[in-house]
Design a binder for this molecule. Structure first.
Ligand code: WT7
Length: 645
């Protein structure tokens, strides 16, 4: 490993950071030497944020699966790549060694090939958290197909929109998924999503729950049959091989859909080499992973956290990644602690919402659980409140484990601002310092750098990044202009994160939350416009406005103000109908927590909804609503206040 690769002290961090800014090409060029390339790159970095165009390691050829699997086989073939903990604690644990992973990925790559999948094709993956999901993801990467994993909580309609946007031709799914005491009928959701679909040629179905499924002749095939057939093709005399497709450094690796301030989710596109480098570099440095440790990231692979810190980051580092099929409260709220004890977990990476929800069960679920294997804790997905931070530190880490608060986004690929475990200082509820190569800047609403400190000595502004890091999104699938307007046009020359932040005298950052119309509900990103569109589809709804409000467990709850057409007689029933509609259109994760029926919405004379007022009311702050004289009809505010939930 090159010297600049592994950061072991605060001084080394400062040195690496400086070097990464002074000479990014040399810095990242040296780091890139730690990977397996078929052909070396011609140029480390070319970029402009106007188009935008970002190219890392142009001319370089590689395959990410050779870096995640093949290169480890000689020395670590029998080491576990994945430890899989099933939903039902009494079911058998599965340990997938690097050798086994290699075989399964080769087999599945062959299955894809047998079914006509080619380099560049889009493959939608809609599965539960089973090891086969990782074979599907890596099998795509091995043949150069672009995977688009969709979280199991999205509805048929959401899947249909994503399939259409990506012009996907193949789907990999399961009959069903176990989640706590529920069975989610995934294939049946896929069948609904496929009504009217014109692009999908094949659906590969893995059996997990033995849920009855309809299998359409010529379109649907069983995973098990396909894998058995492929086994004979990839294994000869005990030697397994499936040649990996040679990919350009900038070839797209995957699409992952995420919400923004407009009604339609965007397909964030990540590249091969830059994404690999960034997930690997941040995994090693933020968590300070040491060979032999067990890393447990509790996210679902349907989100970016799972992509980067269950699959690509850990595997590229030759780590052991623990994958959990179930939920933190099944069979009881001690499940995480049981898993830590059972598998001697060393690194635990979870979301503040999970911590807050477990806090609600008190300390009993922790009693008698041996958590002494833990060495590093991490959080991601939303700002962590100090109370949750201290609870995590005292009761889980026993004040013995550094906590890394990692700020990043689907678009950034991996950690951007975070302390490094035991290496750089931590500050409760602060993400602290940028990774090497990350240049944050706080700007005011006009785009000028904020230089005036507030009464607490803090700089406060909209968080932007000045220059590209290796895993910056390359485009939004099929619509580059959308990528430009969304991220690069608000403040020309800068990447705009959509977050607000403050910066203290040490240069530490604290991310305060979204400044656009995006909610963060239990660490899931949901656009208010998306929820409004879904609510408005209900027959009895005339118009709606959705805002977030502070929620003890979820971080933010969803509050919907709804104008109905006055024909319903039972508010409760109509509320349920609306929830059902949102579940159908987006999925259960977008269901409003509160629905208030109103006669009108606070609009300006130009027809714009003044969300500021609605947010205050949703927060329970009925006084000091600010200036409402510019409203078309200030009386609606009184009415809304009177009916506030
Ligand atoms: C948004 C990104 C990063 C993977 C999971 C979410 C918020 C994320 C933190 C943190 C404060 C955070 C931001 C960001 N966020 N991590 N440590 N502290 N806020 O990915 O769905 O793309 O959401 O999550 O608001 O913009 P995502």
């Amino acid at each position: 490993m090159s010297q600049s690769y592994r950061i072991n002290s605060f001084d080394e961090y400062k040195e690496a950071y400086q070097k990464s800014i002074d000479n990014p090409e040399q810095f990242w060029g040296e780091i890139a030497e730690n990977f397996t390339w078929r052909k070396k790159w011609d140029k480390v970095l070319e970029w402009n944020f106007t188009e935008p165009k970002v190219e890392w390691f142009k001319g370089g050829k590689l395959n990410i699966t050779e870096n995640c699997i093949d290169r480890h086989l000689e020395t670590m073939g029998e080491k576990p790549a994945f430890i899989w903990e099933p939903n039902h604690p009494e079911e058998r644990v599965r340990v997938v060694t690097y050798n086994r992973l290699h075989k399964r990925v080769c087999q599945f790559a062959q299955v894809l090939k047998n079914n006509g999948v080619k380099k560049g094709d889009r493959v939608c993956i809609y599965m539960g958290m089973v090891p086969e999901l990782t074979y599907a993801v890596l099998g795509c990467a091995r043949i150069g197909a672009i995977h688009s994993v969709i979280f199991g909580g999205f509805s048929a309609q959401s899947i249909a929109d994503r399939l259409d946007d990506a012009q996907a031709e193949f789907i990999v799914t399961c009959d069903g998924a176990f989640r706590g005491d529920k069975v989610i009928p995934l294939k049946s959701v896929i069948d609904d999503a496929l009504i009217g679909n014109k692009t999908i040629k094949k659906v590969i179905v893995y059996t997990r729950t033995r849920t009855p499924v309809s299998m359409i002749k010529g379109r649907d095939v069983w995973w098990e049959d396909e894998m058995e057939f492929a086994e004979h093709q990839v294994e000869k005399d005990g030697v397994v091989s499936f040649p990996a497709e040679e990919m350009d450094a900038e070839d797209p690796l995957f699409i992952l859909y995420t919400s923004g301030s407009t009604g339609k989710p965007k397909g964030v596109v990540h590249s091969s080499a830059g994404y690999m480098l960034w997930t690997n570099y941040t995994f090693n440095n933020v968590f300070q992973y040491k060979q032999g440790q067990v890393h447990f990231c509790t996210a679902d692979i349907g989100w970016i956290t799972g992509h980067s810190y269950i699959v690509y980051g850990p595997l590229s580092a030759g780590a052991t990644s623990l994958m959990f099929e179930g939920i933190p409260t099944y069979p009881d709220a001690g499940r995480f602690w049981d898993i830590v004890q059972k598998h001697k977990v060393n690194i635990l990476y979870t979301a503040p919402t999970a911590i807050r929800s477990l806090m609600g069960f008190g300390l009993a679920p922790l009693q008698g659980k041996d958590l002494s294997s833990l060495q590093v804790l991490g959080t991601v997905g939303e700002p962590i409140n100090e109370e949750a931070w201290h609870w995590y530190n005292e009761n889980v880490g026993k004040k013995n484990c550094p906590i890394v608060d990692t700020w990043w986004q689907t678009e950034t690929g991996a950690c951007m601002i975070s302390n490094m475990a035991g290496v750089t200082p931590a500050k409760p509820s602060w993400a602290t310092l940028p990774m090497p190569g990350v240049q944050p800047i706080l700007v005011d609403d006009k785009g000028y750098e904020v230089t005036e400190k507030d009464e607490n000595g803090m700089l406060k502004g909209n968080l932007c990044i000045k220059a590209p890091w290796p895993a910056i999104l390359r485009t939004t699938y099929g619509d580059h202009e959308r990528c430009r307007t969304n991220y690069f046009a608000t403040y020309p020359g800068l990447y705009f994160t959509g977050d607000g932040a403050i910066k203290d005298e040490n240069g530490f950052y604290r991310i305060t939350g979204r400044v656009d119309d995006v909610l963060n509900v239990s660490g899931h990103r949901i656009g208010t416009a998306e929820v409004e569109n879904a609510i408005n589809m209900h027959a009895g709804v005339v118009e709606s406005a959705v805002v977030g409000y502070p929620h003890d467990v979820k971080g933010q709850g969803i509050y919907a103000f709804v104008i109905d057409n006055n024909t319903h007689s039972d508010d409760e029933l109509t509320r349920k109908d609306i929830l059902q509609t949102v579940t159908r259109i987006i999925g259960p994760i977008a269901k409003p927590d509160k629905i208030q029926f109103v006669k009108g919405l606070p609009k300006t004379r130009s027809g714009k909804i003044m969300r500021r007022i609605l947010r205050k009311i949703a927060e329970g702050e009925l006084e000091n609503l600010g200036d409402i004289t510019t409203l078309l009809d200030p009386n609606v505010v009184e009415d809304i206040k009177n009916g506030a939930l």
